[in-house]
Design a protein around this ligand. Structure first.
Ligand code: C5P
Length: 222
């Protein structure tokens, strides 16, 4: 048995983190939500009124920022400079500027370095946009999850309602489509399926079915 790396990429709200968490648990691997790292930086930049277009200010800020991903009872907890910001990084204010913050080369270089350090020993399930292409190009398992914008917005809407968050389906659909566009069209490490990734369209699949497909390949390669 070896400790492999599993890279899960895909557009916004495709179910990456849900699936990644279950797989990590099944294999007793660590789970790294790289989107949460970009969100944490975006949240701190907002607090300090740093312009999301200002690459030099953002990299200066990031160099003086610690971001930790720690296991909690109900999933992963995100700590920013020692403070729990798990809920704060999910607001629509953060969501709507995270793609601008994460388009910058210097920011990505620093984040990728940190993510590679987390994944160094293997035994990791990492989700994001550039994991199979840049962060873990040697990952034994690479998956690209897809679903229609309508389906992704409907899932996020149901999740929001369940959590008691305000939610508007049409608006969610527009925000998701806009984030996909920014993430796919940026110059540095855009959202893209790695040539050797397995593509799974989850539009008409249950979470269990997606997990099963990925586990089948993972077990072959362990
Ligand atoms: O995964 P999540 O939707 O939380 O990611 C938030 C944002 O962080 C993405 O829309 C993208 O702009 C950025 N991101 C990225 N590279 C990653 C993970 C996330 O650019 N590996």
């Amino acid at each position: 048995m070896k400790n492999i790396s599993i890279a899960i990429d895909g557009p916004a709200a495709a179910g990456k983190s849900t699936v990644a968490k279950i797989i990590a648990e099944k294999l007793s691997y660590i789970y790294i939500d790289t989107g949460a790292m970009y969100r944490a930086l975006t949240y701190k930049a907002k607090l300090q009124q740093i312009d999301p277009e200002n690459e030099l200010d953002l990299i200066g800020l990031l160099k003086n920022t610690t971001i930790e991903l720690l296991p909690g009872d109900e999933g992963q907890l995100i700590y920013l400079d020692g403070q729990n910001v798990t809920t704060e990084i999910r607001t629509s204010e953060v969501t709507n500027s995270v793609s601008t913050v994460s388009k910058h080369k210097l920011v990505r270089e620093e984040m990728v370095e940190r993510q590679q350090r987390f994944g160094k020993k293997g035994g990791v399930v990492m989700d994001g946009r550039d994991i199979g292409t840049h962060v873990l190009p040697e990952a034994e398992v690479k998956v690209f999850l897809l679903a229609s914008v309508e389906e992704r917005a409907a899932r996020r809407h149901a999740e929001n309602i369940k959590k008691g968050f305000p939610s508007e389906l049409e608006q969610l659909m527009a925000e998701i489509a806009n984030r996909d566009k920014l993430d796919s069209e940026r110059e540095v490490a855009p959202l893209k399926k790695a040539a050797d990734a397995m593509e799974i369209d989850t539009t008409s699949l249950s979470i269990d079915q997606v997990v099963e497909k990925i586990m089948e390949i993972a077990i072959e390669r362990i």
